[in-house]
Design a binder for this molecule. Sequence first.
Ligand code: IVH
Length: 688
Amino acid sequence: MEKTQANIRIEELRSIINEANRRYYVENAPVLSDYEFDMLLKELEALEKEYPELITPDSPTQKVGSDLKQGKELKKEFEQFPHRYPMLSLGNTYDISEVQAFVDRAEKGIGNAFTFSCELKFDGTAICLTYKNGKLFRALTRGDGTVGDDVTRNVKHISNIPQTLTPSSTPWPEEFEIRGEIYMPWAAFDRLNIEREKDEEQPFANPRNAASGSLKLIDSTQVANRGLECTLYHVLGENLPFTTHQEALKTAASWGLPVSDMSKVCRNIEEVEEFITHWDTERKTLPYATDGIVIKVNELPYQDELGYTAKFPRWAVAYKFKAEQALTKLLSIDYQVGRTGAVTPVANLEPVQLSGTIVKRASLHNADQMQNLDIHIGDYVYVEKGGEIIPKITGVELSQRTADVILPHFPETCPDCGTPLVKDESEAKAFCPNQDGCPTQIQAKLVHFLSRKAMNVIAGDATVEQLYNKALVWNIADFYELTKEHLLTLDGWKEKSAERFLSSLQESRKVPFERVLFALGIRYVGETTAKSVAKHFVNIDAISAATIEDLLNVDDVGQVIAESIYAYFKEEANLEIIGRLKAAGLKFEMDAPAQKLSATLEGKTIVISGNFSISRDDMKALIVAHGGKNSGSISGKTAYLLAGEKPGPEKIKKAETLGVSIISEHDFRELIGEVKPEAIDEIEPSLF
Ligand code: IVH
């Protein structure tokens, strides 16, 4: 390419890559696949190699992608600290011949016999832990490689990161750093995305984004529930007690640090290739995502000799796997109407194995996607695990198309209520506009309102369907006007079931404001957003009066959410429903901060598990009221595991391993002075 043209393309590539980096590292919502991104970066590298005079220090080829918020996004959510050693990335390739080239370069640079340490490339987000005198001192994200965000308070909620090291035959240096990856196993990722979809929050595109988003949560207690894990793979410091990378990993493991046991020493390229081939298949059975193999020079003095470029170590390279795909037959397409009226085409597939699960359904997103893929019923299609719960279809294998395939037609009217569909602003999604009349949308809103994380009323989808079909409930406020007589008209309902339902509705009047706000089902307002908005405005009248600018001042609220909340409160019908719910006694204001009852539990962290005589939330509040702290996961710092009925066996096991005392609800009440020990003796005989 001629120089002026090259310059134009270089500028263009830099701007695409910078934006893709920001979306990937800062927003955790990638716009390109890893492969597409890596190919663009390689194109830029090739052009800069041809015209080195066009290289600028801020080119994405010269620096690592940054996870720090920049410019107007900067809210300084985390304190920032400089890295003691630059935190770099890895050179990567999808081509085995480039691994050979890496081996050749290393051989040439070293000139002596050496070995390789081959290990899995975990698909998570990089972390740098500093330990001082055997204690976790600080955890920093990679940031821009020079400065990172201090996420120590969040990392303390990741259960396999020790806050205190275990002594072993090798003493630890007074101070050292260990770097690795925080990742979200598939099971936790699927669970999180199911929740997010239910709450109409954007699901994470992949476990890496989910891990990175979770690590940067503002409310650190929420981190404990995200199921994050950590694996560590790089020890740094002065006068370290080892001379090879493998020894470093083994020693770190002996101090209780989480290190993968799947690494291997390889002596030559043949053994490296064998390792790659083995894991290219085996990785599909792992409970977490991996995106390649990292090949490192094993001997630390040789690593020092090879050194670093501005962006990568010269002593390591990543061989990356392409995203896992499966090929299967498209049997039919359903058009599903969601709570907000969006109509999504969902493919029914011949069952096929993919990333550890059997896939039977896949998303087709929208009509454009169907058209772009030129998809026909009966085609063989490629499926990939993406962000949504159900995998997505990424392509059609045209060579396997038969003459009897059928072209599908996206419906023009709602498959449920027959209303003509409308397109959203981007013209991508079709919506049923009949929000207040489309049975699926109405029932989905009612189900959401009663759901566990909203009003927590004991009722299944079938109850809602019955109530709706009998015209007893048309909107969420109608629930509170139901009487026993109404309920007894429903098929199969008896005195007892009616009473249980009514008492559950009665209980729901105590549900805190932030959950009531979530229960209203405002578009894009999931559990987390509802919490932030409720805390910020304190009561519903203030939210109702808020402008879009006011709403944008809330943590986690961007333009789309702000507009949606604003529009909700402009709708007369919604205000009427809120008025009726207020009259029914629901909470539309934050509770006053809990009263402090004592300081008995001051400085004590308590984990709860199982069921108690009061709700789990009330139990947590009781702990706090007595000066204690509640945490979701057990660590060496936990004072007690408070076990109710049916506690989690994992929690019990962990408490036993770490020597954490396990106490019952009775013990706990004794501890906080609610029950006197001798009182038990007095009561018990009278029980017989
Ligand atoms: S070694 C100097 N080993 O992959 C860099 N990195 O795409 C040393 N990664 O930035 C990194 N698994 O966040 C190393 N076993 C492993 C890894 C690994 C995942 C990440 C790491 C790195 C990124 C590059």
